[in-house]
Design a protein around this ligand. Structure first.
Ligand code: ATP
Length: 195
């Protein structure tokens, strides 16, 4: 049974998307067996108002700007339409039904792997989906799941950068040049988001 395109799913709040995210996404899209990487923007939780989390459509727009015409990368708003909170297994199941010709995998940082057993239906995730894991700084022990046949460890280049840091720079009026793609920096400047 050979399925169509292999799609790696990279989930995040992308508040805002930054160069660290884009380096991982592009690495996974170009240096693994994956054919495409979809950046899936997490929706707002209507019951959990956070004042530092920008509106979901603004975050999605920034991800689209970050991607531009980069081959093999796509922005996805699929979770905006799903019941909240969105559990990864539910999103995966939905995507399988929506795109029966595609083969979906997860992309996650090594820091997330040891917590996978806390995820809803994690045995199903591990049984039915590949997981591409990239090393995070300071995380040396990936736990026992590192040896699971569905887990593929990747040596991707890493940047010590977080969205929190980018937001802090903006608030403090500091430059975010190179921390985010140029088109994202321009849009943040124009919109005043996070200021
Ligand atoms: P925040 O600082 O607001 O918590 P973040 O930078 O961690 O945000 P997320 O949207 O939570 O951004 O990130 C999406 C995914 O990307 C998460 O799995 C996160 O662990 C990972 N990630 C975040 N920053 C980096 C980075 N510099 N390099 C690699 N992966 C990253």
């Amino acid at each position: 049974m050979s399925k169509g395109k292999k799609i790696g799913l990279f989930f995040g709040s992308f508040n805002p998307v930054h160069t660290g995210h884009m380096v991982i996404a592009n690495y996974m899209a170009t240096q693994t067996e994956l054919d495409e990487v979809w950046l899936i923007v997490s929706p707002q939780n209507p019951f959990k108002k956070s004042n530092s989390l920008a509106d979901q459509y603004s975050r999605l727009h920034l991800v689209k700007l970050a991607i531009g015409d980069t081959p093999k990368l796509r922005a996805s708003d699929i979770e905006f339409k799903l019941p909240k909170p969105s559990y990864t297994i539910d999103t995966l199941t939905f995507l399988r039904e929506e795109y029966p010709d595609k083969q979906f995998s997860l992309i996650m940082g090594g820091d997330n792997l040891p917590t996978l057993p806390k995820w809803k239906n994690y045995e199903v995730i591990l049984r039915d989906y590949s997981i591409y894991v990239y090393q995070r700084p300071g995380v040396s022990d990936l736990g026992e799941l590192a040896d699971h046949p569905s887990v593929h460890l990747q040596e991707a280049p890493l940047m010590q950068l977080s969205a929190t840091y980018v937001r802090r720079c903006i608030k403090a009026g500091k430059s975010i040049r190179y921390l985010v793609p140029d088109a994202v920096a321009e849009e943040l400047e124009r919109s005043g988001l996070y200021r």
